[in-house]
Design a protein around this ligand. Structure first.
Ligand SMILES: [Zn+2]
Length: 377
């Protein structure tokens, strides 16, 4: 996508009653429906093997048809209401194409495949997250004036897409090396003991153990200059919302997953507890970045809330290098990095000394570039 097109798509106001909201719904559903139809057509190439047994193909197809119908009708509404009819017509066209692709599909036949793209994971997560968080941010907005299509949303969507479609690639660089490196030190008796505990207990234990590790990884990312250049990408968004959570450099994703996986591997938690934790923490991470005004009095120091994490993203002087915990603020209290005053932060992003580029490619290259040394005068 060219820089010009990106700028054209960003910072747009979706005013109600002008056919813009319906055009947005139509185009978004059209694109997602095309991707979903492709998953039905090429299941072995585009879907995640671990999720396939969980799918009810018949139900998913009904949902796909429903999505196409809503998308097409939204396009029609937009074409009638908006003076600029091309957005509504584009949405109608995308949904018509999705219907064409979906019409020829048969029941997906799965067979093992070593290389795949997690397109199903991307489509489903984006759809669920958008359905939960867009209305939530609309009705409970902390910053009422913030637009849905604010500056940087295209860049963040690319991050969302990469981290979901490239799940296999990320696992390849995290789970497999960890298993190879630590396999000989694992204790099967201990693992059996841990995995036989009730699921809820295992889930709580994972939260406590992994959060301790992630606290120190996160704190190091802020304190070590080379690591900060990687993590600064995540802090570069000037707006907090559900999509801003996805802006994480690939090196950070791999580092976090690799180090975070080590305690899971050693402890030997059951796969069900591990998957439950991964799903929960993914949605929790989106929630704490969301533009919502919930403050959860009574829980402010028990669980990481949007208020707690928004302070971590603030670029105000009082808020630098605080609130590192992902889920349990108690670690910040113990290690003296907690900060949550009564007033709200007013500024987000990095400080003037850290200048992270705007686009996806520029941000990918940012930590890899050598820093120019300041000449001594
Ligand atoms: Zn941070």
């Amino acid at each position: 996508m060219t820089e010009l097109l990106r700028r054209n798509l960003e910072n747009r106001e979706l005013t109600r009653g002008a056919g813009k909201v319906s055009a947005f719904i139509s185009i978004a559903l059209g694109i997602l429906a095309i991707l979903a139809a492709l998953c039905f057509l090429f299941p072995n190439l585009l879907t995640t093997p671990e999720f396939r047994p969980l799918y009810n193909a018949h139900l998913l197809r009904q949902l796909l048809i429903l999505g196409i119908a809503i998308g097409f009708i939204s396009g029609v509404i937009s074409a009638f209401r908006n003076l600029n009819r091309r957005w509504g017509l584009s949405g109608m066209l995308l949904n018509a194409l999705a219907a064409l692709l979906a019409s020829g599909q048969i029941e997906p036949v799965y067979h093992g495949r070593s290389v795949y793209a997690g397109l199903d994971y991307f489509v489903l997560t984006l759809l669920i997250a958008a359905l939960i968080f867009i209305p939530m941010e609309r009705f409970f907005a902390k910053y009422q004036e913030q637009k849905l299509l604010r500056t940087g949303w295209v860049t963040d969507l690319k991050y969302f897409m990469f981290s979901h479609i490239g799940l296999q690639l990320i696992s390849f660089f995290t789970i497999i090396p960890a298993q190879i490196m630590f396999n000989r030190w694992l204790n099967p008796t201990w693992q059996q003991l841990v995995s036989s505990q009730p699921l809820v207990l295992q889930f709580i234990e994972i939260l406590i153990v992994v959060d301790f590790f992630s606290y120190w990884i996160h704190r190091s990312m802020h304190k070590v200059p080379r690591l900060w250049r990687i993590h600064a990408v995540h802090h570069s968004s000037h707006h907090m919302d559900w999509l801003a959570a996805s802006r994480v450099h690939v090196i950070e994703i791999i580092t976090n997953r690799f180090i975070g996986y080590i305690p899971l591997l050693f402890m030997g938690f059951s796969p069900a507890a591990t998957y439950a934790y991964l799903v929960f923490i993914s949605f929790h991470a989106i929630f704490i970045h969301a533009n919502v005004r919930f403050r959860f009095p009574g829980f402010r120091w028990v669980l990481a809330t949007p208020e707690f994490h928004h302070w971590h993203h603030s670029s105000e002087k009082e808020a630098l290098d605080i609130n590192f915990a992902a889920f349990l603020p108690v670690y910040d209290v113990i290690f003296k990095t907690a900060h949550m005053p009564a007033h709200l932060p007013t500024r987000y992003g990095t400080t003037a000394e850290t200048k992270v580029p705007e686009g996806f490619v520029g941000q990918f290259l940012y930590p890899l570039k050598r820093r120019k040394r300041k000449k001594k005068l």
